[in-house]
Design a protein around this ligand. Structure first.
Ligand SMILES: Cc1cc2nc3c(=O)[nH]c(=O)nc-3n(C[C@H](O)[C@H](O)[C@H](O)COP(=O)(O)OP(=O)(O)OC[C@H]3O[C@@H](n4cnc5c(N)ncnc54)[C@H](O)[C@@H]3O)c2cc1C
Length: 450
């Protein structure tokens, strides 16, 4: 047993595993099966005290600390100590605020909040980890109505490089609180988050699907329609190239289709009226938009939950103009053969454009839409074929790409400049200063992948 593992075993309650130990491979594997984590040691955290002990050992031994929650977005970890948070589940609700432990996924918070007529502002998938997602800002199916998810964070418990657990909120360590609402990594291990819930029981929402021949007219109509929507209406559109597999609904199996998603907060009759132009734009293969419990929000996008090799690139757009749609269809439309299972556009604006009182570090408030390209889940394509595909797409779309993006959509900083572009320049500089102040020896390394 190595010295580092020996020291850790003496001070933490959770498992401490080295490469080759039984359980090591399972402990370092998350949602993205293409990520390969090779830390010196992995520690399964069970409490804040464990997190404190790990950081103290790392500081005294000159090691580094990396955090793995669900593995939806962690870049490859090589060396150092990897801490996993999956054992630290549990949500408690006090009035309108949920205390969310480090290992929680959104599904747990949604279930705990629903009986109170409350809902968290989540991402598209309820299997994403609440903390990692919110540290990056977080844009979900209700973003135009309620803003970035980080706008609803009210406080964090975080173990910083000093080896102490501190509270970061508007009243305590306000600079750290500012940074954790959107600044993402490099500040410590968050052990819990206080998160304000909204009163919300039902939505008018879901998704509709159109066959390949209607993609061009429907997408053109959709993009024009988004400019007329109030902030209570949220929508995204995605071109899906679906494999001929059993689990895919028969009308969609093996086809290239367009899915338009909708989420409206308010009177369902008004939601129905607002959505009518999309229904009128072409015949639907499946129409799954209607009144729904807010706790079913993850069904709107229906993201995969089972671990898979995953590769994606994302960015923000300056507009969803007719010129953009034409160029978009030209490069990723149904006539093109591209190895992308999904190319998604999410309409932004509304509350995403407004900062919170006191400010926060989130990037991308100026973006008109997000665009995400998800590759065919075949790791043999990840190194060359998919990057070359995306380069080709972006060459054509360059006039419409925003100079800013937001970190959760930056795809692991793999597009040139996407690390800096994930925050406005002044925010980027302030984050760098705060990282240097809170973690002068880079115990929690964070930045572009090599
Ligand atoms: C299928 C899918 C759907 C997604 N949908 C959305 C979406 O709708 N909106 C959106 O904004 N993003 C979305 N994302 C991106 C997602 O929010 C990020 O990948 C996020 O980082 C995932 O966090 P995690 O904790 O689940 O994952 P992990 O990969 O385990 O963690 C990612 C990073 O979060 C940080 N982190 C996690 N936990 C802690 C902690 N306790 N303390 C300190 N740092 C921590 C670390 O920096 C870590 O490297 C999606 C990703 C996928 C794969």
């Amino acid at each position: 047993m190595g010295e580092l593992a020996e020291q850790l075993r003496g001070v933490v309650a959770g498992p401490v595993l080295e490469p080759g130990d039984d359980g090591f491979a399972g402990e370092v594997t998350g949602f993205n099966l293409a990520a390969t984590h090779r830390p010196e040691v992995v520690v399964g955290l069970t409490s804040e005290a464990d997190a404190v002990a790990v950081v103290q050992v790392a500081a005294s031994s000159g090691s580094t600390v990396h955090v793995l929650a669900t593995g939806h977005g962690v870049p490859d970890v090589t060396g150092g100590i990897l801490v996993t948070t999956s054992r630290m589940t549990g949500v408690s609700i006090d009035g309108r605020v949920a205390r969310i432990n480090a290992g929680c996924q959104w599904a747990e918070v949604v279930s705990a909040a629903a009986p109170h007529g409350l809902a968290p502002i989540t991402g598209a998938s309820d299997a994403v980890g609440c903390i990692g997602y919110t540290l990056g800002g977080g844009l979900g199916p209700l973003a135009r109505t309620y803003g970035f998810s980080s706008d609803w964070a009210r406080g964090f418990r975080v173990v910083t490089a000093s080896g102490q657990a501190v509270t970061a909120s508007a009243d305590e360590n306000a600079d750290l609180f500012w940074a954790l609402r959107g600044g993402k990594g490099g500040f410590g291990i968050v052990t819990s988050m206080d998160f304000e819930l909204v009163e919300l029981s039902t939505l008018y929402g879901g998704s509709v699907f159109f066959d390949a021949e209607y993609i061009a007219p429907v997408l053109t109509a959709w993009a024009a329609w988004t400019s007329s929507l109030p902030e209570t209406a949220n929508s995204s559109a995605v071109i899906l190239r679906l494999p001929p597999l059993e689990f895919i609904p028969a009308p969609l199996r093996g086809k290239t289709v367009l899915s338009v998603r909708f989420a409206f907060v308010g009177d369902p009759a008004e939601g129905k009226r607002l959505f009518q132009p999309v229904r009128d734009a072409g015949p639907t293969l499946i129409d799954g938009v209607g009144e729904m419990p807010a706790s079913d929000i993850a069904l709107i996008h229906n993201d995969p939950k089972e671990p898979t090799p995953a590769w994606d690139r994302g960015l923000m757009l300056t507009s969803l103009s007719a010129e953009f749609v034409e160029a978009f269809l030209d490069v990723v439309g149904p006539e093109r053969e591209v190895p992308l299972v999904a190319v998604e556009l999410r309409h932004l604006g509304g509350a995403t454009a407004r900062d919170v009182p006191g400010g926060s570090a989130v990037g991308g408030r100026g973006g008109a839409a997000t665009m995400t390209m998800i590759g065919v889940p075949d790791p043999s394509l990840f190194e060359k074929v998919l990057p070359a595909t995306v380069d080709g797409v972006l060459e054509r779309l360059e006039p419409f790409v925003s100079a800013e993006t937001t970190v959760n959509f930056a795809g692991g900083f793999a597009l040139p400049g996407s690390y800096q572009a994930s925050w406005p320049p002044a925010t980027f500089s302030r984050l760098a200063e705060l990282r240097a102040a809170y973690d002068p020896d880079q115990l929690f390394p964070y930045g572009p992948m090599p």
